[in-house]
Write a protein of this length. Sequence first.
Length: 202
Amino acid sequence: MKKLLITIAVYLLSMLPTWAFVVDSIPYNKIGINQVEVAYNSSQKMPQNLIIPEKVTYEGVTYKVTEIGYLALQYRKFSSIYIPNTVTLINNNAFLECNVSQIVVPKSVKTIVSYAFTYCKATSYIIGESVETIGDGAFNTGLTSLSLPASLKKVGIKCFRSDNLTLVSCAAVVPPILADTTAFCFESTSKTMVDTLLVPAE
């Protein structure tokens, strides 16, 4: 029995995201040749005004910051967050219950993975003009208004869940494909709040 519990504990620990090094109070994990992601490290204190750099140097090697990793900023409280134009992917639960008033997704990001901003406290999001896909439940949060870029092609199930969302605008001439009728829905009931998505005339 003791051996089984130890095995389970080791397995659960192996499931947690890891970090390779810390620079200027920001943890990073290597994900490719000279590429890193902002990584999860619950014990690392991070700056209140978080400025994620485009590049970071560690032990004489310079890495490009290309992703916000799994759980990277969960439960954190920030006055502001800057995401650089080198970031192309925001991963699952990257901003889980993160406390910040506004998030600007840069033009370099093409994919926002499912549940990326689940229960994030931000009420304002500026979504970059290159985002093409937003995954299931990505913005399960209390946002009040939303502007969707012209580049958007696909929106996942229960992607935008909020009881406070009153305004949705979309710059795409061809409306994005909605996974189902719950793409825009109330958080408390999951009932659809947007039956028709209006887009600009060609």
